[in-house]
Ligand binder design. Structure first.
Ligand code: NAD
Length: 361
């Protein structure tokens, strides 16, 4: 049955990078008979300009009806003075909550060809391939009570609450185990169970859930140690699972091990593996419209879409191998350029991936 992808280019470089991912999709349709249709809609600043809201009802209808969502990026200086409620980023948060996307998957992969791009020594990171599963709709970012209050004595107090129910923990941990089963079958759960009772419960639920996945080697690590290990010896990890805030911090740290924001995809999934796929970077207003942005994070997001929402690991691998082959051929966008390679534009990088895909047929 033909699957449908809702395509939301968004703002800034969003249009340029999504165009390249769509080229790859076209090639998959033509050469490999992949049955997928797409429909575009507005989100973010572009949607605000056209309709007065960053997440129009029409877009919401489309993403709910589609089987998966591919997003470029939202935001930019043009919309920064708007009221918070209609800022482009609200469109993104609205999509996450309307689609109940509680599981955020962020791989940090360092292609051996780009080992020099990392701030860490090449031997520490070359071939790095880890995946962080972050809980996205609960924990301290959403817990109540919250706010800043003034006590009777006039002193102000800021308050946030770390709260997780057993079911919230179980569903994210299940995603992590399932993901580990599709990769290297090793899962490290990150918590602070020595200090925070909430994550003591987290650890208990992880252990309970792990009984259903005897093939997965489970370990636990305190978050402070995990941060240290990520920069000391990151290749020890396969899949990591953690709370919203710990995941926010650790996934940025892991991403930067690879040194190139333009290479990293992400997936946000609901409980039926319907998902929204997007590069981890933003709309890069400083380079928008110049045809120099790196489209590979978006193309790799498309690969994740096939793997996680369409359960089509073969097509996902085909795309990833084409990216690898394009890098092997020596082409580099400006953000990953180093001496000896060939500097190319956004569209030329997309063409190189399509060419590699065709060559693999
Ligand atoms: P950014 O990720 O857009 O850019 C940071 C730096 O990385 C810039 O120098 C940019 O040129 C570069 N960069 C980013 N993507 C690149 C790519 N594909 N190729 C080459 N270089 C790339 O972050 P920012 O500048 O902090 O934010 C810009 C806007 O994006 C803001 O409005 C912010 O709110 C928004 N934003 C959106 C998302 C999202 O849509 N998911 C995420 C982060 C930031």
């Amino acid at each position: 049955m033909t699957k449908k992808i809702a395509v939301l280019p968004g703002d800034g470089i969003g249009q340029e990078i999504i165009r390249e991912a769509l080229k790859v999709l076209d090639c998959l349709r033509q050469i490999f008979s992949v049955e997928v249709e797409t429909e575009e809609a507005l989100v973010g600043g572009a949607a605000y300009d056209a309709t007065g809201t960053p997440l129009p009802q029409e877009t919401l209808n489309l993403v709910k009806e589609a089987d998966a969502v591919l997003l470029g990026a939202v935001g930019g200086p043009r919309w920064e003075s708007l009221d918070y409620s209609v800022r482009p980023e609200r469109g993104l948060l609205g999509l996450r909550s309307e689609l109940s996307l509680f599981a955020n998957l962020r791989p940090a992969i360092l292609y051996p060809q780009l080992a020099e791009a990392s701030t860490l020594r090449p031997e520490v990171v070359a071939g790095l391939d880890i995946l962080i599963v972050r809980e996205l709709t609960g924990g301290i970012y959403f817990g109540k009570p919250r706010g800043v209050r003034t006590l009777d004595n006039g002193e102000r107090v800021g308050l946030n609450t770390l709260v997780y129910s057993e079911s919230e923990i179980r569903r994210i941990v299940q995603v992590a185990f399932e993901t580990a089963m599709k990769r290297g079958r090793r899962l490290c759960s990150v918590d602070k169970a020595n200090v925070l009772e909430c994550t003591e419960l987290w650890r208990e639920v992880v252990v309970e859930t792990g009984r259903d996945y005897p093939e997965v080697e489970l370990s636990h690590m305190y978050v402070d140690n995990a941060a240290m290990q990520l920069v000391r010896a990151p290749k020890q990890f396969d899949v990591m699972v953690t709370t919203n805030m710990f995941g926010d911090i650790l996934s940025d740290c892991a991403a930067m091990l690879t040194g190139s924001i333009g290479m990293l995809p992400s997936a946000s999934l609901d409980e039926h593996s319907k998902g929204m796929y997007e590069p981890i970077h933003g709309s890069a207003p400083d380079i928008a419209g110049k045809n120099i942005a790196n489209p590979l994070a978006t193309i790799l997001s498309l690969a994740m879409l096939f793997r996680y929402s369409f359960n089509d690991a073969a097509t996902a691998a085909r795309i990833e191998q084409a990216v690898n082959a394009a890098l092997d051929s020596g082409v580099r966008t400006a953000d990953i350029y180093s001496e000896g390679s060939r500097k190319v534009s956004t569209s030329e990088m997309g063409d190189a991936v399509v060419e590699a895909l065709r060559a693999s047929a």
